[in-house]
Design a protein around this ligand. Structure first.
Ligand SMILES: [Zn+2]
Length: 169
């Protein structure tokens, strides 16, 4: 089964930051753990856009992360043995469209794009966490040294690798 692109239609969006993106490293002095999806309209034109579940799973966390995370929805995918994490989501009266413990389907609407209370230009940060010790819903590793890089490699799958394995649509 292919992964469902979290933003639709896919041709209206672009990936502005990739996994371990070099430009991001220069700007923020840390490694990027996944993809940043942005609307091609630029700025906050994508604010409030629909965010979809990439694969069948169970919602493990719906919570506000520390720092500049804003609202995060983390989903456990038994079929992939991986968590998907969608972040900087729009704060919603019910906090998100899904609840912890809820079964969710690939392609299901789960949240809306946001900007973490103005911390960023509106975009979706999405990464894929490998289960393991200390793998919290809002984990983030600062730093540009070898330890930080190996930490990112240990904790996150490159979304491109997943795409090659399963395909996106
Ligand atoms: Zn990001």
């Amino acid at each position: 089964m292919k992964l469902y692109c979290p933003v639709q239609p896919i041709q209206h969006y672009k990936i502005d930051t990739t996994y371990c993106d070099v430009y991001y490293q220069k700007l923020f002095h840390t490694y990027h753990s996944g993809y940043d999806w942005n609307g091609k309209g630029g700025g906050d034109t994508d604010y409030g856009d629909n965010i979809y579940c990439v694969y069948d799973g169970v919602v493990s966390d719906v919570a506000i992360g520390q720092g500049k995370w804003g609202l995060i929805v983390r989903i456990w995918h038994p079929g992939l043995n991986i968590f998907s994490r969608s972040a900087h989501l729009m704060e919603h009266p019910s906090n998100a469209l899904v609840k912890e413990g809820q079964q969710v389907k690939r392609g299901q609407l789960i949240a809306h794009m946001g900007n973490a209370y103005g911390a960023w230009v509106s975009h979706l940060h999405q990464d894929f966490q490998i289960p393991g010790e200390g793998q919290t819903f809002d984990y983030w590793r600062e730093g540009l040294d070898n330890a930080a890089l190996s930490d990112v490699h240990k904790r996150y799958v490159d979304p491109r690798t997943l795409g090659v394995k399963f395909g996106w649509e």
